[in-house]
Design a protein around this ligand. Structure first.
Ligand code: HEM
Length: 356
């Protein structure tokens, strides 16, 4: 073998792109991408950043798919570590994914990472979403994905890591460069009819909306318990901010770090208690069946009881966890995977092409 060829093989181990030169094969972009994916490069995302898969570019599509799998695995493994190390913080990733996606109204807004400009809105105030967003930044840097992808995939990842169903979320969202429209998130006082109207705007039917509401089987909400008087005396955004920072956090269910169907059982339990005779006023006078643990649900959660159609779905999910999991996985993935957020303010910063 001529010395030049020998030298060439020597550098091959560290510089794989020289392979075609050694073999006198011209290396076009398709071959480079294919080679990269066969070699299982640890940073294929950057390869796919330039790869626009189309029907004729199967090698590009193959490389991009490989890259997406690697990025997905990267986000999920970081999210899983958060669940293991800080289980009480994990539900906030799920809430973040919903709040980023729920601004979708057919105008290009939705799951586009715009939540990072919206933390000062009263629905997003408080330390939990801020903390989750700091972790998302870590994913963006380590996994080379857009903010929107990191938010959507981590929302899905924590569900699975807390014992829920596997939720498939495709990658390829583009980051918005400015906030989405205001007033698009649901409020805690929604009645049954308002709940249906709200979720209809997101294109969800009764079963899908009830399944998505089942997210409240994990996590906590901030009550006004323990809020000092000087905070209560404040007004507007200042009131929201300090009550969210200082109020006592109450769990929706008795196992706020486990994703199961307890939420639906609690909604029905609330109904059962409502129908019971009024308990004695003094706790110590109550009979055992009246000394029940408190239920902490929002009025909008209880709204599910006041509509026959929604009530039926609650009953099904309360007795059949597998049905709840299947419905949740079906609705959550596409809800966060609103492909191509190209509306006003969308930047071209997505690192991955859309994989349909
Ligand atoms: C009518 C619909 C909904 C309303 C009114 C609502 C409202 C709320 C409120 C007020 C909180 C407490 C926030 C706080 O005090 O810090 C909360 C927490 C939460 N929400 Fe919702 N939500 C709704 C639907 C959803 C959906 C569809 C999801 C996800 C798919 C979701 C996921 C969560 C999670 C995981 C938490 C707990 C967050 C934590 O522990 O930090 N919510 N929600």
């Amino acid at each position: 073998m001529p010395p030049l060829r020998r030298c060439c093989w020597a550098v091959l181990l560290v510089a794989w792109p020289s392979l075609p030169w050694c073999l006198h094969v011209p290396l076009d972009s398709t071959r480079r991408r294919l080679l990269a994916s066969f070699l299982g490069l640890s940073t294929p995302v950057s390869v796919a950043a330039n790869a626009r898969p189309d029907a004729t570019d199967w090698a590009g599509a193959f490389a991009a798919k490989n890259a997406a799998n690697a990025a997905d695995g990267c986000i999920r493994s970081i999210a899983k570590k958060y669940v293991e190390m800080m289980p009480d913080s994990a539900p906030s990733f799920l809430r973040l994914a919903f709040h980023d996606a729920a601004t979708k109204r057919g105008d290009g807004q939705g799951p586009n990472g715009s939540i990072r400009f919206e933390l000062e809105r009263n629905e997003n105030l408080g330390p939990s979403l801020q903390r989750a967003l700091r972790a998302i930044e870590e994913m963006v840097n380590m996994c080379h994905v857009s903010w929107a992808d990191a938010i959507a995939v981590s929302g899905a990842a924590v569900v699975e890591a807390m014992g829920g169903p596997a939720v498939v979320v495709s990658l390829g969202r583009r980051d918005a460069a400015r906030p989405d429209g205001e007033g698009r998130l649901p409020e805690g006082g929604l009645t049954a009819g308002a709940l249906r109207d709200y979720f209809l705007q997101l294109g969800l039917d009764d079963e899908e909306l009830v399944a998505l509401m089942g997210a409240h089987t994990v996590g906590r909400w901030t009550s006004l318990l323990g809020v000092p008087d000087e905070c209560m005396a404040k007004e507007g955004l200042a009131w929201w901010r300090c009550t969210r920072e200082q109020g006592q956090r109450l769990p929706f269910t008795s196992h706020p770090t486990v994703f199961n169907n307890e939420y639906f059982k609690d909604v029905l339990e609330f109904e059962r208690r409502q129908q019971m005779p009024r308990p004695a006023k003094r706790f110590k006078d109550r009979v055992d069946s009246e000394k029940l643990p408190p239920l902490y649900l929002l009025p909008s959660d209880l709204g599910l009881l006041y509509d026959e159609g929604l009530h039926q779905v609650v009953k099904t999910f309360a007795t059949d966890q597998a049905a709840f999991f299947a419905a949740f996985a079906r609705v959550a993935g596409p809800n966060w995977a609103d492909r191509r957020s190209t509306g006003p303010g969308a930047s071209q910063s997505s690192k991955l092409e859309i994989l349909v």
